[in-house]
Design a protein around this ligand. Structure first.
Ligand SMILES: [Zn+2]
Length: 173
């Protein structure tokens, strides 16, 4: 299926009955709100959009994003990379009242002068997908590994005494 390159804005005129595909990538460094949450703004987000009308004549945008972002782990303070991949269905909305009337399957996306800002929409999606407290997966995190090592060390420290005890008991009998 053919697609067009990613536009800066989606005009409602670009929504057709048949629907239209747009693909492209946006540098993370252009997203200042997102950058606040990240360890750095290296890299790109891959975006594909499909805009059209559903069977009930509802205008919608299907937005798919895929990227990798870097955080500082809040447990061990080391840098780590997290993949983000998401798919959402949005519906262009002029004000909050309209947003309340949306079917459950759609999230609102605000339009101004009949246009949706593509970068803002993508940035919002990314922010929704990042964890409030970024942390490694437990197995990858240095802090937990060190805890584990300490536990094993404790066990080794205790074991000789236990064996010593056994030894003395044996002698007592
Ligand atoms: Zn960690």
């Amino acid at each position: 299926m053919g697609h067009k390159s990613l536009p800066h804005t989606l005009d409602l005129k670009m929504f057709t009955k048949k629907g239209e595909y747009y693909c492209g990538r946006i540098p993370l460094s252009t997203m200042k709100r997102l950058s606040n949450f990240l360890a750095n703004d290296n890299g790109f987000v891959q975006v594909s959009l499909f805009c059209g009308y559903d069977l009930t004549e509802f205008a919608f945008v299907k937005i798919e994003i895929e990227t990798q972002v870097q955080f500082i782990c809040q447990r061990c303070l080391q840098l780590f990379t997290m993949p983000i991949k998401s798919k959402s269905y949005l519906s262009p909305t002029r004000h909050d009242n309209e947003a309340k009337d949306l079917p459950d399957s759609y999230e609102p996306v605000m339009i101004q002068d009949n246009c949706i800002g593509v970068k803002d929409m993508v940035e919002d999606e990314l922010i929704l997908n990042i964890p409030s407290i970024p942390k490694h997966k437990q197995l990858d995190c240095k802090v937990l590994l060190e805890d584990e090592n300490e536990k094993t060390a404790d066990m080794h420290r205790k074991r000789p005494f236990a064996q010593l005890k056994k030894h003395f008991k044996g002698n007592d009998v």
